[in-house]
Ligand binder design. Structure first.
Ligand SMILES: Nc1nc2c(c(=O)[nH]1)N[C@H]1C(S)=C(S)[C@@H](COP(=O)(O)O)O[C@H]1N2
Ligand SMILES: [Mo]
Length: 260
């Protein structure tokens, strides 16, 4: 499969991560259960030695490991554990721009008639004006954004807690996923535990001013517990669901949970 983003480094990283999770982080009981289900550490080790670039079998095996990895990350996710925060003096300036296109192609969203769509497992499906989002309690946070392309940067985002917003729309908080559709056709989805994490913000401001277009106007979901590609910019529609829906990069092989 030559179009695959899996290459040897990536494969080894996934295998090393899986092995590390099994060895060090899974509680003894779940580890025994896991091993009893037939996947052994030796089996994982063999995968890193096979020809990852062009073997559909290895590709399928790695996809399975990545899905397993999603579940492990979901189990290990501790909703009371906070990501580090930083002082103002550590903010990265200029803050990097990144998207699947060039900066000249950033979508221009009109603020005056913008309405956020909310659908799926929510009691209140009406559309939200930006002012209504600003009327919810606002929180500011300085956190590190980590991009899998090999850079990280510290930035300041503020807006309502996403959990407060989900409660305000009467979302079914026992649903499994929250999905996002963006103005630039980007899309992603996250687990409900992360959606409700106290540091997950529906960011309206960046560095004390409304989000500039390149950083995601009119709003971005900012999660310091997840990698950059899981943080959607230019959000237009939010849906709550029990149906697994992936994402722009996730559909090209990036791990779905994407914890940082
Ligand atoms: N709508 C949208 N959101 C997106 C992306 C994108 O291309 N479109 N790229 C993601 C990736 S890979 C990164 S690293 C961050 C970059 O955010 P920044 O421009 O604020 O640094 O946005 C994420 N969210
Ligand atoms: Mo990224």
């Amino acid at each position: 499969m030559s179009t695959s983003i899996w290459h040897r480094d990536n494969a080894e990283a996934v295998v090393a991560e899986a092995r590390n999770l099994i060895n060090k982080q899974l509680p003894q009981a779940s580890r025994r259960q896991f091993l009893a289900r037939g996947l052994t550490l030796g089996g994982l080790g063999l995968l890193s030695g096979c020809s990852i670039d062009d073997s559909p079998t290895a590709e399928a095996a790695l996809t399975r490991i990545s899905h397993f990895n999603d579940r492990v990350q979901g189990w290990l996710f501790d909703s009371s554990r906070l990501a580090p925060t930083y002082p103002d003096s550590m903010i990265t300036r200029p803050f990097p721009f990144n998207a699947f296109y060039d900066e000249s192609k950033v979508p221009e969203v009109d603020a005056s008639n913008f309405l956020l769509e909310v659908t799926g497992l929510v009691a209140n499906k009406r559309r939200w004006k930006l002012d209504e989002l600003r009327a919810l309690p606002q929180y500011a946070q300085i956190t590190r954004h980590i991009c899998v392309e090999g850079w990280s940067a510290i930035g300041k985002w503020s807006g309502p807690r996403f959990g407060d917003f989900l409660r305000a729309v009467g979302a079914d908080l026992s649903a499994r996923y929250v999905g996002f559709q963006c103005a630039d056709d980007y899309y992603t989805s996250i687990d409900m535990a992360t959606a409700l994490h106290p540091q997950t913000l529906l960011a309206l401001d960046w560095d004390g001013q409304p989000l500039p277009p390149k950083y995601g106007f009119p709003m971005k979901l900012r999660m310091p517990t997840k990698l950059g590609y899981k943080n959607p910019k230019h959000i237009q529609a939010i849906f709550v669901s029990n149906t697994y829906n992936r994402g722009y990069w996730e559909d090209q092989g990036y791990n779905w949970f994407g914890g940082s």
